[in-house]
Ligand binder design. Sequence first.
Ligand code: SF4
Ligand code: SF4
Length: 437
Amino acid sequence: MISQNSETRSHKAQMVLDRFEKKLNRQMVGSLVSCVHCGLCTDSCHYVLANPGDPTYAPAYKADKIRKLFKRHFDWTGKVFPKWVKAGTVMTDEELEELKDTVFGKCTNCRRCTLNCPMGVDFATFNRMARGLLVSVGVMPEGVATVSKDQWEIGNQMGVLPEDYLDTLEWMSEEVSEELGDPAAVIPVDKMDADIVYTINPREVKYDPRSIADALKVFHAAKANWTMPSEGWDMTNFGLFSGDDDLGGAVARRVYEKTIELRGKCLVMSECGHGYRSTRCEGPNWAKFDIPFEMESSVDTMLRYIKEGRIKVDKSKNPDLVTFHDSCNNARSCGLTEEPRELLQLVCENFQEMVPNRAENFCCTGGGGAMSMTEYTPRRLKSAVIKADQMKATGAKIVVTTCHNCVDGLNDLIRHYKLDMKVTQLVNLVANALVWE
Ligand code: SF4
Ligand code: SF4
């Protein structure tokens, strides 16, 4: 419990400091103490590159706004020599609002600066922690509050109602079975003992059901024993963005428990960077859950189907020049860099790498939940010039990505910078390249 100045500190500020102490772990403290302010990470941030001359976007500057609290209250150097080590505290609700502007509005938690820090400082990790502290006292952008509420109460982050989800699966089943002239080409719902339990991003139900239909075509062509769950189908997790580990754990648990209830052998996640990271990597820790089944991205599944000869593809069906955008969560945080490229080159005739790429790729600028924080849209779109230039330089008219969030971020910047490009995903290209026998 932090007691200094508690007689004049606001209730919310006091709660933030009290909670801060509980969130400190070895990884967090390591990043909070080891910055030597060398500045090597500065130019790795797209906000810095798009706003030359504004030091408030530098990763180390942003990190110091959180670090000063750690130094003042939890580190002996700051307790003894607060001025020397630039330790500081937070007293008022206005100061919490200022911190909100930094941690939500000036960083997409993309972790590019993390990769470029020789001291191993993972700013994005404690920036997320700081978001969680603010969320715990209700200080957050309105969009973050709305999406979190939907995921807590309705079970998915876009507020899709159960009947709308099931109607969409039925609708896609009708479309595909009619198109293929095969009444067996339908989505099995809640099938027990399936090899694959396929989970998706609610954006697919709401804005892009075509990707559900394309997944159905791929599974049907592979003669897969698969199913989609009637509940626990949203593998995205706003807890990753809001920093709320309780939400993160509750959402991940729903997906895991449904997979167990169906006795599924492998939980497959459709193309979504933060969903994959949350469900596969972070979720077991947040939910404190031992996972008794396999988990993989649909990118791995589709690649395996081609390699095993379970589906045949003809890349000449996708003749246009395409480029590839690495999702930050997939590439930087989960190492999923080569599989999408291998798959892409099996289903497309012409591929041009974006530079830089893989773990060094720039954020789509819609990451970290930024698409839901409309108050920062002008700032986000200004910083998107870095991504826009990177995309334009490829000469491609199609940009492929393995993340639904990136689809929205890239579409937004394409509109804003009037680029002659379209965004698509691997499942769309694989389905289009299928050779039916
Ligand atoms: S975070 Fe790392 S790279 Fe950036 S200023 Fe600190 S020590 Fe240098
Ligand atoms: S995590 Fe990404 S957006 Fe945030 S400071 Fe680092 S490079 Fe910039």
